[in-house]
Design a protein around this ligand. Sequence first.
Ligand SMILES: [Zn+2]
Length: 229
Amino acid sequence: MDYEIVQVNQNTWRIEEQGVRFFLLAGTEKALLIDSGMQVHHAKNIAAGLTSLPVFLLNTHADMDHIGSNDQFGSCYMHPAEEVNYRRAGKTGTIIPVQDGEELDLGNRKLRIIHLPGHTAGSIAVLDVAARVLISGDPVQEHGRIFMFGEHRNMADYISSLEKLKKMNSFDELWPSHADIPIRPDAINRLLEGARKVMNGEIVATSGEFHGRRFSVYDLGFTVLLGDE
Ligand SMILES: [Zn+2]
């Protein structure tokens, strides 16, 4: 399957698949894979080709395009609220729960977990503290499509999560799983404004379909939000 490895700096890589990306971050003692691909099912081998450190896995959430190689790992860091989705996807393996504010240290590289419910209940972002970069998963995208239709989405929680991100002053860039990278924090303000308008019925939707399921398409200009009909 096609993918491209982009080395961002000496100890950071992003692996670009068609339509989705995942990340490898190395410290001095261990490395963390953030998500494991969609079509790619050998992310562990890809990581082993890039670093000789032991590699652990963390998932921003359990949607299918983020857990492609999870079966290669016996365990993964994940927010406990995501377990339902993960098991529904047929995945076994141990979940090592991570909570909002918790820090993982890769050795000279501290990562902080930020819980961002809404897109899914257990969606998390990872703050690379010293680099001031937020690896943000799906909630914030530019020129992308943010999936907010279906059972496990929650628009009110999503808006609260954007409000929480807006108040943070700990990152200068966001690295989302989809579409443009990097994006600037001001994207959060525009998205928050757009999401509130969607919630209040101030944006006229068109209709779309994905795998036989109908949904509303809200074009915010800089990105598209897909909501329930
Ligand atoms: Zn996704």
